[in-house]
Design a protein around this ligand. Structure first.
Ligand code: GLY
Length: 388
């Protein structure tokens, strides 16, 4: 066994959470950071669609999450510009707005309820007739029964975002170790680094656990501080709009289709992302015929012209779900261990706020007010200690 390096922080997991915190911690606070991941940027961050849609994806009972999401969305344009500058690469931000549309009368009632809830909370969205939807997006089917327009819900190309974060981290001197973590090292009630599968040890003052849906699987931690995350499978498709058919769609489309929900996310370069299924099947990342069928069937109901487009990719990713579907952010009960996981459906949206707040936790201690409701301590109960 050999200890290969000591840094201020070792980050376990190079998805958007780990990378963005590493970048911020390094450039804003001057911390030395090592990121460990066998395939940086290739997990859920790669599979995602990149919707930045806190208002159109509003859920009842998630008002404190809404506050965090809106603040992250508000920071996005500046974050993306700063990142692009630091990386020397585009970061893929697109201020395009979102239309949520309903297929039948029941779907329309669902969207009407959502609109009423948005209005009660003072959020900006406007109801549209079917004709008004189609005036904004002519490729929508005449059959849709109405919708709502959220002018401030945008998107980012998640793969450009990941590439920019990797480049910005490299430029900032963040060290990458492309290897799997065998266990987190704990002694005297303190996390002090990680042991890799090849036996090497990386030691650090603090460990940031940001391994997405695998965050609960890495051995070494006392049971009560293991983040309770579970994999939530999402199948997602990528189509390619030929240049002569652009612009095919100009905004994100969220659809309520016979009670289910789905989305189409059009990139400026012609990529069209269609997602996503949602199943809890453990760590299964197989794409099923049924998943592809459902997505194409529902997308075709809303935008019949998609059947002319080449289908260029089918993929399944694993979202990191937490028991209350909100992220787990901040210092854990174990000294030296900080957590940034459990982002569920909102990892890309929450990237700027995760980066800013968790880097601050690493550099200054304490807990920024915005992430207080999302601390690991809400799950670190005596019950879990006993059950484990
Ligand atoms: N954020 C979209 C999804 O998880 O499918």
């Amino acid at each position: 066994m050999s200890t290969i390096t000591t840094t201020d922080v070792v980050v376990v997991g190079a998805g958007v959470a780990g990378l963005s915190v590493a970048w911020r911690a390094s450039t804003r606070y001057g911390l030395t950071v090592t990121v460990v991941d066998p395939s940086p940027g290739r997990g859920a961050s790669h599979a995602a669609a990149g919707m930045l849609t806190p208002v159109s994806e509003l859920q009842y009972g998630e008002e404190s999450l809404l506050r965090l999401s809106i603040e992250s969305a508000r920071r996005y344009a500046d974050f993306a510009a700063e990142l692009a500058d630091a990386a020397g690469l585009p970061s893929g931000y697109r201020a395009c707005g979102t239309i949520a549309v309903a297929l039948d009368a029941d779907d329309r009632a669902v969207l009407k309820d959502l609109h009423a809830h948005q209005t009660r909370l003072g959020l900006d969205s406007s109801w549209l007739t079917s004709r008004e939807c189609r005036r904004l997006e002519p490729m929508l089917a005449p059959a849709i029964t109405g919708g709502l327009h959220v002018a401030d819900d945008h998107q980012i190309d998640n793969r450009l975002l990941v590439a920019a974060l990797l480049a910005a981290c490299e430029r900032a001197g963040v060290r990458f170790v492309r290897e799997s973590v065998e266990r987190i090292l704990v002694a005297n009630d303190r996390a002090y680094g990680v042991c890799l599968v090849d036996g090497r040890e990386l030691t650090a003052d603090q460990v940031l656990l940001a391994a997405g849906c695998r965050s609960g699987l890495i051995p070494g931690l006392p049971p009560e501080v293991v983040p309770p995350v579970r994999p939530v499978k999402g199948e997602i498709l990528r189509l390619r709009v030929p240049p002569e058919m652009l612009p095919f769609l100009s905004r994100n489309i969220r659809g309520v289709v016979k009670g289910g929900s789905m989305y189409l996310v059009p990139r400026a370069d012609g990529e069209l992302v269609i997602g996503a299924t949602e199943h809890e099947l453990g760590h299964d990342t197989r794409v099923t015929a049924g998943g592809v069928y459902e997505l194409l069937r529902d997308a075709h109901e809303l935008v019949p012209g998609i059947t002319e487009l080449p289908l260029v990719e089918t993929l399944a990713g694993l979202r990191p779900g937490s028991p209350d579907n909100a992220p787990i952010l901040g210092r854990s009960a174990l000294a030296g261990l900080v957590v940034a996981t459990g982002h569920y459906r909102h990892g890309i949206l929450l990237t700027p706020i995760t980066a800013d707040t968790v880097a601050q936790v690493l550099a200054e201690g304490g807990t920024p007010e915005l992430i207080r409701p999302f601390g690991p301590d809400r799950f670190e109960t005596a019950d879990r200690k006993v059950m484990a």
